[in-house]
Design a protein around this ligand. Structure first.
Ligand SMILES: CC(C)(COP(=O)(O)OP(=O)(O)OC[C@H]1O[C@@H](n2cnc3c(N)ncnc32)[C@H](O)[C@@H]1OP(=O)(O)O)[C@@H](O)C(=O)NCCC(=O)NCCS
Length: 206
């Protein structure tokens, strides 16, 4: 993984989801999903409190499309035309180091359907195969049981606790985070499980 040029996020397909690189034209539907999910998202994601309109979504999308360090996909559940299902993204991408971080959120109406695990598994399979990743990191607040379960299902290995890592607007106490990683050699035993989560052997087109 030596590329320093901007990387394109490919279309990914899983059994139930289509993942497309976010476009500014998605902003209105993203905003609708954020509004519907505001309570659950705002508990764990600091950007939610400061987001006031679809312009904030469009600005986020434009930022990720310009940045060589970010790739972000919209999650589109199959058979639910126009229903924006959430976002999955790679961040802090350092091609020369072969490292990146993954993040995700899912719209409230689809919570608990397995969409976060399915979408993240597709991104992970693609990133290790096509981006030449060596290490992928994820973190979640120690109280975020749903996200910690997603991390577990994806086969990440927990590495440690980051104390007072995050401040969430409206919360009195700072949050601790667990940090976990997948490294290339983990993939040997995780690949089958990740494929099972996506329901596809290879979720991207060549
Ligand atoms: C965390 C989040 C992405 C999970 O999305 P999802 O599509 O519901 O995730 P999945 O269905 O793939 O998996 C969720 C798992 O957590 C479990 N779960 C959900 N709530 C739980 C809780 N309160 N305690 C324990 N487990 C819980 C589910 O049962 C499921 O596990 P299972 O498949 O073994 O039954 C979603 O809830 C979300 O967007 N939350 C708000 C934003 C956020 O926290 N983003 C992550 C920041 S690190």
């Amino acid at each position: 993984m030596q590329r320093s040029e901007r990387i394109r996020a490919p279309r990914l397909r899983t059994a139930r989801l289509r993942l497309e690189q976010l476009r500014p034209s998605d902003a209105a539907l993203m905003w609708e999903a954020v509004q519907e999910s505001r309570r659950s998202l705002a508990r764990w994601m600091p950007w939610v409190a400061g987001s006031v309109s679809s312009d904030d979504m469009a600005a986020f999308v434009r930022r990720t499309r310009r940045s060589p360090r970010d790739l972000a996909w919209g999650i589109w559940p199959a058979g639910r035309a126009g229903a924006y299902g959430g976002t999955v993204g790679l961040h802090a991408i350092y091609p020369s180091q072969g490292t990146a971080m993954i993040g995700y959120w899912v719209r409230q109406r689809f919570a608990g359907c397995g969409h976060a695990s399915e979408a993240a598994a597709a991104v992970i399979l693609w990133a290790f195969a096509e981006l030449g990743l060596e290490r992928l990191e994820v973190s979640a607040a120690t109280g975020n049981a749903a996200s910690l379960r997603v991390i577990e299902k994806l086969g990440f290995v927990r590495e440690g606790r980051l104390r007072h890592a995050q401040r969430i607007p409206g919360r009195r106490r700072r949050l601790d985070w667990f940090v976990a990683s997948l490294i290339r050699s983990d993939l040997r035993r995780q690949r089958r499980g990740l494929r099972a989560l996506t329901g596809a052997a290879r979720p991207w087109e060549s």
